[in-house]
Design a protein around this ligand. Structure first.
Ligand SMILES: *Cc1c(COP(=O)(O)O)cnc(C)c1O
Length: 223
């Protein structure tokens, strides 16, 4: 049903539905429910607390099957960077420059290259994220100068409002940021991670390539 609605939104916007990946946001869900959702063909999970990541996916919990990716999408504390880098396949919510040196150090220890998504703050109500394009662009420049971080995309959360126009404006700003980054840096492609249970169709209309859905997916509704 989510996939159906997502496909229709893509087609409405003249896009190929295959361009939009569905991330199952599995925070607060027990591993059993997550495994059920994975059985339906989902290959991308999002978690927002490091402790939950540890409990649900690291030994003694069973490892995730091959091909399933786990993105960390919460506000990451510096003292948890190492654990997040170890357990996750990407940081889907890089919200401040302060984290970059810690991320690089942990990647060196783990001998990995970490895909990161830069988070743009799209309103006063949600405080995480870079305040504007210039700040975000400087962060991207820093990340590109490292050989451990891969700049994979941009992410935002719409402001907490029922005003559809305001939500759309936030998503449109993220898409505009991507265009500016393409002009400024030699990055071949960038994902747009935006849209949740209540606004994923608007996000798809505005160019989302990853939608992050929790409530709607896990509340007994089928994918
Ligand atoms: C919880 C969460 C989501 C999913 O929200 P729902 O409204 O449950 O779909 C998406 N992105 C982030 C960053 C989240 O923390």
């Amino acid at each position: 049903m989510i996939r159906d609605r997502a496909s229709k939104a893509a087609i409405r916007a003249g896009r190929d539905p295959a361009e939009v990946q569905l991330m199952a946001v599995s925070k607060f869900q027990p591993r059993a429910s997550i495994d059920e959702v994975l059985a339906s063909g989902i290959t991308l999970l999002g978690e927002s607390r490091v402790q939950e990541v540890r409990e649900k996916y690291l030994p003694p919990a069973p490892a995730l099957q091959e091909g399933v990716e786990l993105h960390f999408i919460g506000r990451l504390q510096r003292n948890k960077v190492k654990q997040a880098v170890k357990a996750c396949s990407a940081l889907g919510s890089l919200d401040r420059d302060e984290l970059i040196p810690d991320l690089v150090r942990s990647c060196e220890q783990e001998e990995k290259i970490l895909p990161v998504f830069f988070e743009l703050n799209s309103g006063e109500k949600n405080k995480a994220g870079y305040a504007d394009f210039d700040a975000l662009s400087r962060g991207v420049e820093r990340a590109l100068a490292t050989d451990r971080l891969k700049v994979s995309g941009l992410m935002t959360m719409a402001p907490l409002t029922s005003d559809e126009h305001e939500i759309r404006v936030a998503f449109r700003s993220l898409a505009a940021c991507r265009e500016l980054l393409f002009r400024r840096f030699a990055v071949p492609s960038l994902e747009l991670s935006m849209g949740m249970s209540s606004d994923f169709e608007i996000a798809i209309e505005e160019g989302a390539t990853i939608i992050r859905v929790g409530t709607l997916l896990f509340d007994g509704v089928q994918t």
